[in-house]
Design a protein around this ligand. Structure first.
Ligand code: R5P
Length: 282
């Protein structure tokens, strides 16, 4: 197998290549002055079993993913790993006239097998035209928490949407879990109404699948900090972290922040590489 790393997944691709002990192919990806993107796979992939790994945080990443797939079209077999599949929050038409962005991308992908990790809404999987598998990294976060030596810990999801995630993480860490109530005012502003959870003198780990602007988590941390916890930690699967999200989160009075490495970020302390390797070997 040869691994082709997209620009946003270089560290993860390198870890996967190391574990499989296979070649990590060099790519050349550049922007033209007018904004067009030039993509070249520099190694020979003809007749090979190739795995392209590329998270699609933004539109540029989506374009790179399609270009990498096209550049590998002489391969014998192409696995596409999309550790973070962006646009998955627009998985249906919420208002008349809207584009179903997740469908637009998913149905155009031509690969022999597609792997995603904790896709925001598994409903998106039905849009792919190739065999696809959504891997669950939540147990890895749970195991990481178990070894942190926290004081009477509890896992909290910031809203009902994070309930299943909180449950899986908590069950792996063998601790309690709960969720808060979130009301989204607009795309930038979120208000979290407290719900009774006993967090006093306990270590709290707030978990979410995606942290983008950090607004949801910062609000949750502020609310929880009013209830005198021992300390508050933050964990997520996909650290999108736009703008000043990290500062916003730390200003809300948290102790530490960790995530998986589905996106190349310094908080990515829990690697999903073994999860991917296991799925690729199946
Ligand atoms: C929403 O449905 C997701 O699960 C996250 O809660 C959301 O994407 C977080 O966004 P932000 O960090 O911008 O508040």
């Amino acid at each position: 197998m040869k691994i082709v790393a997209g620009p946003n997944s270089q560290m993860l691709a390198a870890r996967v290549a190391k574990e499989i002990e296979c070649e990590l192919v060099l790519t050349d990806i550049r922007d033209f002055p007018d904004g067009e993107i030039y993509t070249r796979v520099c190694g020979d992939v003809e007749g090979e079993n190739v795995t392209v790994i590329q998270s699609t945080i933004n539109t540029r990443d989506v374009m790179c993913m399609f270009q990498l797939l096209d550049a590998c079209d002489k391969a014998d077999k192409i696995n596409l790993v999309i550790p973070y599949f962006g646009y998955a929050r627009q998985d249906r038409r919420f208002n008349p006239g809207e584009a179903v962005s997740a469908k637009v991308i998913a149905e155009k992908i031509a690969a022999d097998r597609i792997l995603t990790i904790n896709i925001h809404n598994p409903r998106v999987m039905k849009y792919f035209n190739s065999p696809c598998f959504n891997l669950d990294a939540a147990p890895l976060i749970g195991r990481y928490i178990r070894h942190l030596g926290l004081r009477d810990p509890i896992v909290i999801g910031p809203d009902d949407g994070a309930l299943e995630l909180a449950k899986t993480i908590a069950s792996q860490a063998d601790i309690e879990y709960d969720v808060l109530d979130k009301v989204r005012i607009d795309s930038e502003k979120v208000e979290i109404q407290p719900k009774y959870v006993s967090v006093a003198n306990r270590d709290v780990v707030i978990v979410d699948d995606i942290i983008s602007t950090g607004g949801t988590i910062a609000e949750a941390a502020k609310i929880l900090n009013l209830q005198s916890p021992h300390s508050v930690y933050v964990a997520c699967i996909h650290p999108v972290l736009v703008g000043n999200a990290v500062v916003k989160i730390f200003r809300s009075g948290i102790m530490d922040f960790f995530s998986t490495d589905t996106i190349d970020r310094s908080v990515g302390k829990v690697s999903v590489s073994q999860l991917i390797v296991k799925a690729l070997k199946k």
